[in-house]
Design a protein around this ligand. Structure first.
Ligand SMILES: [Zn+2]
Ligand SMILES: [Zn+2]
Length: 260
C-alpha cells in the first residue's frame, strides 16, 4: 500500500444491519486498505450513540461521534442532550454529529430541526470538537446557522455532499470540509463528479454512510466501509490523479479535522 491508507469518515456500523458479521466487516475493510473508520452516532436514538462509542472502544482504528440525525430531532429530549454531552467526553469520540437539516424528507418539523441543530453547534463549541453536518436541500439555512452560531470558531465536515459547486464553496469559505459518499459513483451523478473534480484537494473527505448508499457496483445492497475505496477510485479518476495521492490527501484531511 506504500504507506497510504483509507479513512471511512462516516459509517453507521453500530446498527443491527451489522450485528451478525461486524468482525467480518472490519476485517474486509482492513483488507481493502481502510485502516480507520469513524462510527457515526445519531442514527435514531441515544442507544445507537452508546453502541457507536462501545464499538470504537473495543477496536483499534475505530472512532466514534455523538449526535442525533435531523430526522429524529422531534424526539430529542433535554435529558438525552445532557447524556450525549457526557458521552462526548470519551477519548474515542472525535466529533459531534451527525446533526444538521433535512428539508427533503422533513421527518421532523423544520423549526425543531433548526433548534436541535443549534444545540449541537453549541455542543461542538463547548467541547471544541468538530461537527459532522447532514445537509439535504438546506444549504443556505445550514450555512447561515453555522455562521450565526459558530462565529467562525467551528470546524467540521458537510457529509454525503449532494449540492452544487456554489453550495460547496460557501461551506469551504466557512472553513468546512466536503465529504463524498457512494452517490458520486452513480450513473446520474455527473454534476456531483464535477464538484468533486473542482474542489481543492486539501478539503475533500470520502465516506460510505454505511449501511446506506452503496457505491456502484453494489448499489442497492448493504454498504460497508471496505467500499469507500470505490468512492476514492471514482474521485481520483475524475481528477485524473493517482489513486494513491487521493487516498493520501483524504486521510491527511481526516487527520487534520479529527486528529485520527
Ligand atoms: Zn446524513
Ligand atoms: Zn449518516
Amino acid at each position: 500500500m506504500s504507506g497510504s491508507f483509507l479513512v471511512d469518515s462516516h459509517a453507521h456500523i453500530q446498527g443491527e444491519e451489522f450485528s451478525d458479521d461486524i468482525d467480518g466487516v472490519i476485517q474486509r475493510a482492513k483488507q481493502a486498505g481502510v485502516e480507520k473508520i469513524v462510527v457515526v452516532g445519531g442514527a435514531g436514538d441515544l442507544a445507537s450513540n452508546q453502541r457507536a462509542v462501545a464499538l470504537a472502544r473495543s477496536h483499534d482504528g475505530l472512532f466514534a461521534t455523538v449526535g442525533m440525525h435531523p430526522h429524529d430531532a422531534k424526539a430529542v429530549s433535554e435529558e438525552e442532550l445532557a447524556q450525549l454531552r457526557e458521552l462526548a467526553k470519551d477519548s474515542k469520540v472525535v466529533a459531534i454529529g451527525e446533526t444538521g437539516l433535512d428539508f427533503y424528507y422533513n421527518h421532523s418539523p423544520r423549526e425543531i430541526q433548526m433548534k436541535i441543530f443549534r444545540r449541537f453547534i453549541g455542543m461542538a463549541r463547548a467541547t471544541e470538537l468538530p461537527l459532522i453536518v447532514h445537509d439535504r436541500d438546506a444549504h443556505r439555512e445550514i450555512a447561515e446557522l453555522l455562521l450565526a452560531e459558530g462565529e467562525r470558531k467551528l470546524r467540521g465536515v458537510i457529509h454525503c455532499f449532494t449540492g452544487d459547486y456554489q453550495a460547496a464553496k460557501a461551506f469551504l469559505d466557512l472553513g468546512f470540509y466536503i465529504s463524498f459518499s457512494g452517490i458520486v459513483t452513480f450513473k446520474n451523478a455527473a454534476p456531483l463528479r464535477e464538484v468533486a473534480q473542482k474542489l481543492p484537494l486539501d478539503r475533500i473527505f470520502v465516506e460510505t454512510d454505511s449501511p446506506y448508499l452503496a457505491p456502484v457496483p453494489h448499489r442497492g445492497k448493504r454498504n460497508e466501509p471496505a467500499f469507500v475505496r470505490l468512492v476514492a477510485e471514482t474521485i481520483a479518476s475524475v481528477r485524473e490523479m493517482p489513486l494513491e495521492d487521493l487516498i493520501h490527501a483524504t486521510s491527511q484531511n481526516a487527520h487534520a479535522l479529527f486528529g485520527i
